[in-house]
Ligand binder design. Structure first.
Ligand SMILES: [Cu+2]
Length: 209
């Protein structure tokens, strides 16, 4: 390929194409990095990338005769770095992200082990210091209720109308405990009887007849 052909064919056609492909790969890889790392780190990385782009733009502006080769090297280095980071982050981070999402919603979702949350089951989900989720309705008769403690302190479920002083089920931080209760149709008030918790940890559920 002689220089004349290179100037007339390679640069006008190949350069925009390469830049476009590079940019798509760059954006995709960067989004994966930002999604995979913790929020604080994502901000730092985004700022660093923005700073790098500004510096490169400033250099190009300050040196208008910059060669296309120098520009290509700079862009390639940046793209390779981000693509490599994106691949690593994609492999390592996305699973954690999904695990975090599932844990954060506490809903179990499809494929979650414990059916929790509103309509899904009989689980109370405690964090510090409130019930993040609790059943609004429980079936009459022999019923298993579950307490998932996602908080950092002891929590329990005490059903006032069964025994206002004796927890039905109690779970230490990170634990899931379950217990059987006998429920007649009616409305039941419950709370956590760990000292200081009741004001923010109480509620009602109904047992339809
Ligand atoms: Cu509590």
């Amino acid at each position: 390929m002689n220089d004349d052909l290179r100037q007339r064919v390679f640069l006008p056609i190949m350069m925009p194409l390469a830049v476009m492909v590079g940019f798509i790969g760059f954006a995709f890889a960067l989004s994966r990095v930002l999604l995979a790392v913790p929020e604080a780190a994502a901000t730092t990385i985004a700022l660093a990338v923005a700073a790098y782009i500004l510096v490169v733009a400033a250099l190009v502006a300050a040196k208008p005769v910059i060669t296309s080769r120098a520009l290509a090297v700079g862009v390639t280095v940046a793209c390779v770095a981000v693509l490599a980071a994106g691949t690593l982050a994609g492999a390592a981070g996305m699973r954690e992200l999904h695990a975090e999402e599932e844990a954060a919603t506490g809903e179990g979702g499809e494929g979650g082990e414990a059916p929790t949350g509103e309509s899904a089951g009989n689980a109370f989900v405690a964090i510090d210091i409130e019930f993040e989720a609790a059943p609004e309705e429980l079936p009459a008769g022999d019923t298993t209720i579950e307490l998932i403690n996602e908080g950092a302190t002891l929590h329990n479920v005490t059903i006032d109308d069964l025994d206002p002083d004796e927890p039905v089920v109690e779970a230490r931080p990170g634990e899931t405990q379950s217990a059987q209760v006998q429920l007649e149709p009616g409305t039941y008030r419950y709370h956590c009887n760990v000292p200081g918790h009741e004001p923010t940890m109480n509620g009602e559920f109904t047992v339809p007849s």
